[in-house]
Design a protein around this ligand. Structure first.
Ligand code: ZN
Ligand code: ZN
Length: 194
C-alpha cells in the first residue's frame, strides 16, 4: 500500500550515504528527491559504483531496527530490471517511510551479490536549480599505481586488476587501461573502483 504524502515531500531531497558492505571506506553521498523512484536510485548507484548500467538485476530491502541493538528486520522492497520494470522500480522514495538514521540494503547483481548499505543522513529542501538524483561527495580515494608502468619508471593510476595474472602470481596485479590492452588482452580483469 502506498503511503500518502504531499507535493512538498515529493520535492524534498533525501541525502543518503551509500557504502559497499565489505569495503565500508568506499562510499558516495547521493541526493534524490522524494518523488523519484527506486529505479532512479538504482541508476545513480550503478553510476556511483561503476556497475554496468544495463546488465543484471538489482534489489532493495528496508532494514528497520529491532529494539536498541544491531538487529535488523529485512523488508523486501522489490527488484529493479535495468531494461525497465521490476517489482520495486516504481516505488517512490518518499513513500518508503524513511527517517534519518534508517538503512536500506542494496544488492547489485544477484549472481555476484555486490551488497551495499545505504543510510539516510537527512531530509533537506531542494536547491532551486538542483538536478536530482546526483552524487555530491565521495570517499577520499587512495590511488594505486600500475605496476607495469612502475617497472618502466612511470607513475600511472591503475584502473584494473588482472584476475588471471593475480591468480598466477599469487598477488594482486594492478594495471592501467593501456597496459591491460597491451599485455592482458584475453585475460579476465575487474575494474578498480576508487
Ligand atoms: Zn600501465
Ligand atoms: Zn593479465
Amino acid at each position: 500500500m502506498k503511503k500518502p504524502y504531499t507535493q512538498a515531500s515529493a520535492r524534498q531531497v533525501y541525502r543518503f550515504k551509500a557504502a559497499l558492505r565489505h569495503r565500508a571506506g568506499l562510499w558516495r553521498r547521493i541526493e534524490i528527491q522524494g518523488g523519484q523512484s527506486l529505479a532512479d536510485l538504482d541508476a545513480i548507484l550503478r553510476k556511483a559504483f561503476h556497475h554496468d548500467p544495463g546488465d543484471h538485476l538489482s534489489g532493495f530491502w528496508k532494514l528497520p531496527k529491532q529494539g536498541t541493538g544491531q538487529r535488523f528486520l529485512e523488508v523486501e522492497l522489490g527488484d529493479i530490471d535495468p531494461f525497465g520494470g521490476g517489482a520495486g522500480a516504481d516505488r517512490q522514495i518518499a513513500g518508503l517511510g524513511l527517517k534519518p538514521g534508517d538503512e536500506l540494503k542494496y544488492v547489485y547483481d544477484f549472481g555476484d551479490w555486490v551488497e551495499h548499505r545505504i543510510t539516510l543522513a537527512e531530509i533537506v529542501e531542494p536547491e532551486p536549480k538542483g538536478k536530482y538524483p546526483r552524487i555530491v561527495d565521495q570517499s577520499q580515494p587512495r590511488y594505486r599505481y600500475c605496476q607495469e608502468c612502475k617497472d618502466k619508471g612511470r607513475k600511472t593510476r591503475a584502473t584494473w586488476v588482472c584476475i588471471d595474472c593475480s591468480n598466477a602470481e599469487q598477488q594482486v596485479v594492478r594495471v592501467c587501461e593501456k597496459c591491460l590492452e597491451a599485455e592482458h588482452e584475453d585475460h579476465h580483469a575487474e575494474e578498480i573502483v576508487y
